[in-house]
Design a protein around this ligand. Structure first.
Ligand code: NCD
Length: 314
């Protein structure tokens, strides 16, 4: 695997390889401290970020590589002067061995890839995809359930523009026996493209008309923020989608609550102490999974020969 542009192209074998490395990193971080020393990785962010950029930069440094970074590239970099994304990539690839890109255009990662001579990782492409968030989401599901096959998950909130939900759904569809419940307000439903994708992958998708239609024994609830910055009609009735101690009480003891964060006001803080709330651990899984992904791509792209066939699962 030489890039990570979309959650649509990765195979289950590649995903499991990355998780095997992530498990190893979790067991012994020190082992990887100098793994990529001498390399330089660029983080090029045109949209705001806390978790994604900082966990990528922390991962890069924990692998011994150096990081060069443009935060708020839309305002602070040459884009402001009218430089195209393609030209910026042509330049930055001369300064780095990998580019991690967050951009407001849904096609940005493909556009970057079309001119890039170094590996590209998509760290969020407009209202499209966020494949590395999906990577850590599924890793967290695997960690808490011990397996991903047979998982039931309810996705709620902004299913139209919620790029994390899109990538998570694409990745979970690599597993068998998956059931997805979708719950959102009118106007923010899951686009047909994703419904068709899930159907083609034999994932059962059930649209819920009301919050109470979500079964109380569902394995995971994946709550998301309404992407107000991408929505013109700001007058959406979203009160019904806020989770709190009271409405979460109807779910079973083994229903875990996920959120890519920021939660803004979609999960009340009275749920933070609930042992089923795992969104902070989920965010922290950004480190082993992103370290593993970078390491895995470097191994393949630069022929490092550090991941051997016996480590592969498929
Ligand atoms: C998300 C994003 O930027 O897409 N955050 C993240 O990366 N963890 C979710 C969001 O902004 O709502």
């Amino acid at each position: 695997m030489k890039n990570f542009i979309t959650a649509e192209k990765i195979t289950r074998g590649e995903l499991e390889d990355i998780y095997t490395i992530a498990d190893d990193i979790k067991r012994d971080k020190n082992k990887y401290r100098t793994a990529l020393s001498g390399y330089v990785i660029a983080t090029l962010f045109y949209e705001p970020s806390t978790r994604t950029r900082l966990s990528f930069e922390s991962s890069i440094q924990r692998l011994g590589a150096a990081v060069i970074s443009t935060e708020n590239a839309r305002e602070n970099a040459s884009a402001k002067k009218g430089e195209s994304l393609e030209d910026t990539i042509r330049i930055v690839q001369g300064y780095s061995d990998m580019i991690i890109l967050r951009h407001f255009d849904v096609h940005s990662a493909e556009r970057a890839l079309s001119v890039a001579k170094v590996p590209i990782i998509n760290a969020g492409s407009g209202g499209g995809e966020h494949p590395t968030q999906g990577l850590l989401d599924i890793y967290t599901i695997r960690e808490y359930r011990g397996k991903v096959d047979g998982t039931s998950i309810a996705v709620m909130g902004d299913l139209k523009y919620g790029r994390t939900a899109h990538s998570m759904l694409k990745l979970i569809s690599l597993y068998d026996g998956i059931t997805v419940y979708g719950f959102s307000v009118k106007g923010l439903e899951l686009p047909d493209y994703y419904k068709d994708f899930l159907a083609a992958k034999k994932v059962k998708y059930i649209e819920c008309k009301a919050f109470t239609d979500i079964p109380t024994d569902v394995n995971f609830i994946y709550q998301t923020r309404v992407q107000t910055e991408r929505i013109e009609d700001a007058d959406l009735k979203i009160e019904e989608m806020i989770l709190n101690k009271e409405n979460f009480a109807r779910f079973s003891d083994s229903t875990y609550l996920l959120h890519p964060l920021p939660r803004v006001d979609k999960i009340a803080s009275d749920l933070d102490d609930d042992k089923r709330s795992i969104y902070f651990n989920q965010a922290h899984n950004g480190i082993p999974t992103r370290m593993a992904l970078i390491y895995y791509i470097f191994n393949d792209f630069y022929n490092l020969g550090v991941i051997h066939a016996d480590k592969r699962t498929k």
